[in-house]
Ligand binder design. Structure first.
Ligand SMILES: Cc1cc2nc3c(=O)[nH]c(=O)nc-3n(C[C@H](O)[C@H](O)[C@H](O)COP(=O)(O)O)c2cc1C
Length: 221
């Protein structure tokens, strides 16, 4: 696969099949993850793959409780706004995300593979998210969808207890990635164009060009 295809089409793929992820793909995910940069090349990371149904059964209720907290706090204004004006394009877009994220929560135990990333001392996550993203890109190359979530933060002690994360060592939970073969199709991630969010030389400085359409597009059959 062309590198740009992976870069443009790796998205939150939450509707997936329960088919297991082959060990060869798991190896690619981890071996690309550890190629990522980290501050001072400290590599202060630990990766935990979870595919045991019993462990997933213990994590599912915790994940759903975290999502409830998320919806009732940070996302509450957006949910209320979407309910108040459901035909607004922004509301329609948000409700798509809401349904998709709710699907992930409702089916958490059914994802065949989870990857948890822990980072030592690094509370920003700057030294671990590149690694998780590398793993997600590798999965994409292998035809496997993924979705990143950090919402376990709300109940991190419960998460650490289930996974047996040691109290010593300053291991911070950064993110959980769900993996699975997609039920749908891949597509280019729709985003606000780069020139609307980028400047040159100074804040608000004219960038000098526009990129109204994605520079890579998918050839559809
Ligand atoms: C730091 C971070 C935290 C995220 N947390 C969640 C989450 O708690 N639940 C979820 O379903 N998706 C979560 N996501 C996925 C985003 O919702 C997703 O990347 C975004 O909506 C773009 O989706 P798209 O690439 O499919 O367009 C998270 C993504 C990031 C980068």
């Amino acid at each position: 696969m062309e590198a740009y295809e992976a870069l443009y089409t790796t998205r939150a793929m939450r509707r997936v099949k329960p088919d297991p992820i082959p060990e060869e793909v798991q190896k690619r995910i981890l071996d690309t993850a550890i190629r990522a940069p980290s501050g001072g090349n400290s590599q202060g990371w630990r990766f935990l793959l979870v595919d045991d149904p019993e462990v997933k059964a213990r994590l599912g209720p915790i994940y759903r409780a975290c999502m409830e907290t998320l919806w009732n706090t940070i996302y509450k204004p957006r949910i209320d706004a979407a309910k108040a004006s459901p035909d607004d394009p922004e509301s329609i877009e948000f409700m798509k995300l809401f349904r998709s994220a709710s699907h992930l929560a409702d089916h958490f135990e059914e994802y065949p593979l989870l990857l948890f990333g822990f980072s030592q001392f690094d509370t920003s996550g700057g030294s671990i998210f590149p690694a998780l993203w590398n793993g997600m890109l590798a999965a994409r190359v292998e035809g496997v969808g993924s979705s990143l979530t950090s919402v376990f933060q709300f109940r991190v002690d419960e998460l650490k207890a289930v996974l047996g994360v040691p109290d010593e060592g300053h291991w911070n939970f950064a993110g959980c990635v769900t993996f699975g073969y997609p039920t749908g199709r891949w597509g280019v991630a729709p985003r606000r164009p780069a020139h609307e969010v980028s400047f040159r030389n100074a804040w608000d400085g004219e960038l000098g060009f526009e990129i109204p359409e994605p520079l890579w597009t998918m050839e559809r059959d």
